[in-house]
Unconditional design. Structure first.
Length: 303
């Protein structure tokens, strides 16, 4: 299977499966979410379980009327109740993917992370993966964590990497190349994440992470620009050719995300991982295209 190199190729890969994914959407009451639903129905890649609060049921009913064979509507008294119902639809196997509409992210995550009725397995690690199609880079670039984990522990770094590797594998990348990002290539006890990186490198070299190349610490430029590595006398399969970048904290990951989307003219997508099914939690500032590609990513990443 050839690896997916662009976001449009992700769409083509999903359509080749010839199977509509079942998507539970919480409060699909905003224009961008409506756009995603209508576009994916037209492209025959999804069917929908729209879970809305009673105040906004008319929006969902209009989407049902336009495509009654592939849309079901559920109502709940409040947005919080809608979130709980949508999570239950995923838990019961009626839906393959959970997607956020016009509901506060904290409210949705409260339902997702509920200890007894949520989507995170016991001992699981919730993380976020973003994917960017950047005009000046030769393939899709995945990175974590821009949205969930403030300052990862060693276990959280390990979980992020494994979650991201699994998604890359689903997109045809048999041996993803993972760059562990820092401001330099030096290990320094003043930056505890670089000590963690040393352990992660060791585990990867021992085969504990499967088929993968991992290297770091290194800066973001070295991860994506081979010439930068040459100047520094560095050489590895990762340098200049990273598939995945792992950031040391949420500040750096989020800044990278926003910088790429604003100044890098990048098309973006993202989803939550670690849950029993993919969860799409787009930012309010994300474009309709970004939310659409986030749904496509989640549909491909799901079982």
């Amino acid at each position: 299977m050839e690896p997916v190199r662009t976001l449009s190729q992700m769409v083509s890969r999903l359509r080749l499966t010839n199977k509509r994914r079942r998507v539970a959407v919480v409060c699909p009451n905003d224009p961008h979410t409506e756009y995603v639903i209508i576009r994916s129905l037209r492209e025959e890649i999804a069917e929908y379980l729209l879970v809305t609060d009673e105040e906004h049921v008319d929006v969902s009913n209009s989407l049902y009327a336009a495509s009654p064979d592939f849309v079901r509507v559920y109502t709940a008294p409040t947005p919080d109740d809608a979130a709980a119902l949508a999570v239950e639809l995923v838990r019961s196997g009626e839906a393959d993917v959970l997607m956020k509409g016009l509901i506060n992210t904290d409210n949705l995550l409260r339902a997702v992370l509920h200890k007894e009725k949520g989507l995170l397995p016991p001992g699981g690690v919730l993380s976020h993966v973003a994917v960017a199609q950047i005009p000046l880079y030769h393939k899709l670039l995945f990175f974590s964590d821009a949205a969930v984990i403030p300052k990862p522990t060693l276990d959280q770094f390990r979980a992020m990497i494994m979650n991201d590797i699994a998604i890359c594998n689903r997109l045809g990348m048999e041996e993803p190349r993972v760059a562990l990002i820092h401001c330099s290539e030096k290990v320094n006890a003043k930056f505890p994440h670089t000590i963690f990186y040393t352990e992660l490198n060791k585990e990867a070299s021992e085969g504990k992470m499967g088929k993968v190349y991992i290297d770091g610490p290194m800066d973001a430029k070295t991860a994506c620009d081979a010439h930068s590595g040459e100047i520094k006398g560095m050489s590895s399969p990762v340098i200049g050719n990273a598939d995945i970048m792992i950031f040391p904290n949420i500040e750096s990951g989020n800044t990278f995300y926003k910088t790429l989307s604003l100044f890098g003219d990048a098309n973006m997508a993202g989803m939550l991982t670690g849950t029993i099914a993919p969860v799409v939690v787009p930012s309010r500032s994300d474009s309709g295209n970004s939310k659409y590609y986030s749904l496509v990513l989640a549909c491909l990443a799901g079982k």
